[in-house]
Design a protein. Sequence first.
Length: 327
Amino acid sequence: MISLLIVAGYVGWSAWVQPPEQAPGTVTPPSQGGSTQPSGNMGTADPSDVSQQEQPLVRREMVYNILLTATDKEGVRTDTMMVLSYDIPNQKVGVVSVPRDTLTDRASGKNPKLVYGSGGVEQRVADISDMLGIPIDYYVKVNIKGFIALVDYLDGVDFYIPCDMDYDDPYQDLSIHFTEGMRHLNGQEAMEVARFRKNNDLSGYSDVGRTQTQQKLLVALAKKVLSWNSLTKVNGFVEIFNKYVSTDLELNDMLYFASQAINVDISSGVETATLEGRGDGIYRGNTYCYELDAEKTVEAVNRLINPYDRDLTLEDMNLVRAERYMS
């Protein structure tokens, strides 16, 4: 998505590129094996929400939701998942990170954690749409090598590392060693900072802390992209995108979004959040499941990624509660 900003910054496509299509205005949660409302579902209506619940869900025009994902080293699991909402008329961007171990409504016998399961990124789109009660219009998936290549092509990025990092994982070929403070990161270093979660002594931060760091890193990269003004860089971005990114966006769709996105004020027009909850849940024998905080999830979705003309309620969503907790 960052590379798209650069492409449109130098090419006058807006005269002929048309706005992309939006997903249907009413969400129909996908079937995932016959289970509709598990015993742990948190969709209990608040009486004060009844009148609002009866109102139809009508999509606002020119407001799009896109799932941004990044895969792990093997290129299989979508370790990072963010829903980006782009409100074109108001030039506002909301980004909400969904922790990888979030509980989903799946049939008994299937791993309930969001990151796992068959179906690839298309299934993650269905999972998150069902969970949060929102349509997702498109997806963009990038692998680790693509992220490294992009940062290196930008000649690195200045970034404040939020804490001391001391972690080694030979299996994933990770050796992360940084001290807290401002640093100029190359592609490999930026990837390491983005993937860090804990130190060798188990101190550090959780998946939520990691997603917050990832969001700040993406904003820093976007600011650098938008500060460039050289046509000579366009071809390199296109090559990186073609090699490392998969998406269901058509070329005209990408050009349209990019031609509009150059008008976004990164400093004031972008807001990020991570869905809060607790990660010590146990559900159908699976441990360390992430249970979303219902109230905070409804608030974050409505504030940042709700494409409808009325607020969503808990009844519009499909949040799953853990059966018990490890602590």
